[in-house]
Ligand binder design. Sequence first.
Ligand SMILES: [Zn+2]
Ligand SMILES: [Zn+2]
Length: 355
Amino acid sequence: MDDSVTDAVSGVPDPIAALRQIAFLLERAREPTYRVKAFRTAAAVLAALPPGDLEARVKRGTLTDLPGVGQATATVVREALTGVVPAYLAKLLPAASQALVQGGEQLRAALIGDLHTHSDWSDGGSPIEEMAVAARDLASGPHSYIVLTDHSPRLTVANGLTPDRLREQLRVVAGLNEKLAPFRILTGIECDILDDGSLDQEPELLDELDIVVASVHSKLAMESAAMTRRMLAAVRNPAVDVLGHCTGRLLIGREGGKPRPESHFDAEKVFAACKEHGVAVEINSRPERLDPPRRLLTMAVEIGCQFSIDTDAHAPGQLDWQIYGCARAEECGVEASTVINTMDADALLARLARR
Ligand SMILES: [Zn+2]
Ligand SMILES: [Zn+2]
């Protein structure tokens, strides 16, 4: 894949970089996937053309003969090639230079990784490599690693990975790591915490992964005592490194749906167990989640938990959302020294291996 290329003299991105930048900014601005998909698809199609073919097609006017390239994307390409910032991109740039939220800048500057990201292997919208390159090149603060945490098998609505697909993904990631070094893609999973607190993946396979994020995605309305037992079982499982979006709440309903209330559980017990077992409490940065809520995050700080501030990004532009979690963390008194994704990848893995 091409890296983002901008002509240093004119400031005009090359056509493919322009398409990707538009997609990134739309994703960052929480636009629905269908509006973004056209730009991502066109960029991928054009990046696969033999050298010189793109320019030749622009001359002949046959760009839109390519499947996945429509009028809007072809216009972006033509404009970029003539040396002007494409109008579609120019419209998005003013908002892009504005902060998403006030606060959290110092914490964000301390983060060098993201422990919760998805690719198109489960329910994300982009290939692994595109997520990695976007994380490496983030204008809001480049990362030196991401953890790829696609969903586990039972989450069929999110195309969760069977053991075989996860093994295949590990081979793909190994290849990408050779290509992208020194940037690193750490292997991982967002593993469902099943009703009885067990984990939704083969234990031997979980042991092979660098990082395991464990999250509740089903039966969120379970009665409090049972939910507490369920979460405690997961936190005590030595395979688990991070407790994902602990209350499961949705502040904003998805696709016109209703917001979802928090799950009920004994947070004091669960956070104390996180501390005891070295499991980081995730501060989930997605604007519709912002989980844990303030009162619980403050409780986790007082208990002395460790944290990871993650985006749970399902598209490259969402990698920019970490600042939302940082602002929330700062507000609740989270110190950078307690946030594990301030550590470099080796230190992080060494810490987790000591458990
Ligand atoms: Zn999740
Ligand atoms: Zn997730």
